[in-house]
Design a protein around this ligand. Structure first.
Ligand SMILES: *Cc1c(COP(=O)(O)O)cnc(C)c1O
Length: 434
């Protein structure tokens, strides 16, 4: 039996200090109606809470920890950088190194700008798209999350979906009016919106592999259609690969599906567990960013040396071959093994689930019908997920506390981890049956 005595005490205190006791909503476990374990440390595939419980971690800090927690190379790089000072607010060689490494994985990025969060990356990319095209409106998909900047906090998936507040108070009507919404995977609806507003649309922004309404994959030909529609109307195509970057494949969804966006947003993995994100793309567009161009965007801690060092170390690990193939293959195979194992256990227990996988990302819906968009995802059985989630946690398996999130595999997960997780899933599915 999981004891969370100290975590419960800590949570009570935290709630008097921070809204909901947390610095980011989904961490509060409020959608699950339970108390989050307070984490003391992490190593490899495991996280340890302050009550002495150990969990196999499939959250990975919501994506960044692809090399596993406290990876020795990453920690050494951070330590080495820290000895030389933690921030200068001046150019460094580390920034150019991470820029070049990123471009090796993402040839569509000809110029890049480092920022501190995914929110900042998408917000800045949209400002740039508007500045470049001279148009005001943007198109986004219902259920895609692109950070919490005002104009993007409209029908925004996961956190927002989990909390039943698809658009937040504090976002003005005028700002929201410039955000046009279409269902994910719906080419026809997208064409219609462009037919009507095309001349005023600066960009279409999308998670090419959607990970913030649970994991939802693009239908065959969908991303290509978006590329064609945006081109036809002179709007930019922005791939928000903050989550699926380095995960759908090392080159992101754009490499996996062979589509070249105009701008790309990266985050999470690119900082190796420190706060880094980036936006980049076509040189002629990026050269509109200050100080070359007039689109203003800046950051006191952008390109921070510790963060750059952690990002470089992580991307260098991803460049290494594992068993004669790239890291992506090893991650994909491990993830596949886990997903197949979980599917088999669900079948055994007679529980209907839909699973999706993209490289090292996977998602489970307690649903009988295929999930193509937010509406499908939202109709999945939340009570069943809740029971399954708590049983997994009891058994030392740490999953995202919401069905509208994606789960992540790391290089540090072992065969035993995967076997143990599959066994636990079997027990948990039986609980779902009652
Ligand atoms: C996490 C995420 C963001 C926001 O990144 P933050 O660093 O949390 O601001 C944006 N887009 C996508 C697709 C994400 O998954």
């Amino acid at each position: 039996m999981l004891s969370l005595t100290k975590s419960k005490e800590a949570f009570e205190e935290a709630k008097t200090l921070m809204p909901g006791g947390v610095n980011s909503p989904v961490r509060s476990f409020s959608a699950m109606g339970s108390t989050p374990p307070f984490i003391e440390k992490a190593k490899g595939s495991k996280i340890y809470d302050i009550d002495g419980n150990v969990y196999i971690d499939y959250v990975g800090s919501w994506g960044p920890m692809i090399a596993g927690h406290a990876n020795e190379k990453v920690i050494a790089a951070i330590n080495a950088a820290a000895k030389n000072g933690t921030s200068y607010g001046a150019p460094t060689l580390l920034e150019s190194k991470l820029a070049k490494l990123t471009m090796e994985f993402y040839p569509s990025i000809e110029k890049i700008r480092m920022v501190n969060s995914g929110t900042e990356a998408t917000m800045s990319a949209l400002r740039l798209a508007r500045g470049f095209t001279g148009r005001d409106k943007i198109v986004k998909c219902i259920g895609c999350y692109h950070g919490h900047s005002d104009g993007l906090l409209v029908a925004a998936g996961s956190g927002a979906a989990t909390f039943g507040a698809p658009s937040s108070p504090g976002v003005t009507k005028n700002v929201a009016a410039d955000t046009l919404l279409v269902p994910y995977n719906d080419t026809e609806a997208t064409e219609k919106v462009f037919e009507e507003y095309g001349e005023n649309i600066a960009a279409l922004i999308i998670e090419p592999v959607a990970g913030n309404m649970g994991l939802v994959l693009p239908k065959q030909g969908y991303l290509r259609a978006l590329r064609e529609i945006t081109e036809k109307y002179g709007a930019l195509l922005i791939f928000d690969e903050v989550m699926c970057g380095f995960r759908a494949s090392l080159g992101g969804a754009q490499a996996a599906y062979g589509i070249t966006p105009d701008l790309t947003c990266l985050g999470k993995i690119i900082g190796g567990g420190l706060p880094v994100a980036a936006y980049g793309g076509r040189r002629d567009i990026m050269d509109n960013v200050a100080p070359v161009g007039k689109v203003y965007q800046a950051g006191t801690l952008s390109g921070n040396p510790l963060a750059m060092a952690a990002g470089i170390a992580t991307l260098e690990i991803l460049k290494e071959d594992i068993d004669g193939a790239d890291a992506s293959r090893a991650l994909t195979l491990k993830t596949k093994e886990l997903v197949l194992g979980i599917e088999a256990k669900a079948k055994e227990a007679g529980v209907k689930i839909i699973t999706h996988q993209a490289g090292s990302m996977f998602g489970i819906f307690f649903s009988e019908k295929e999930v193509y968009n937010y509406e499908d995802a939202a109709s999945a059985d939340q009570e069943a997920f809740k029971i399954w989630f708590h049983s997994m946690l009891e058994q030392g398996i740490y999953l995202a506390p919401s069905q509208f999130e994606t789960v992540f595999m790391s290089l540090a997960h072992t065969k035993e981890d995967i076997e143990k997780t599959i066994e636990a899933a079997g027990v948990a599915f039986k609980k779902v049956c009652g």
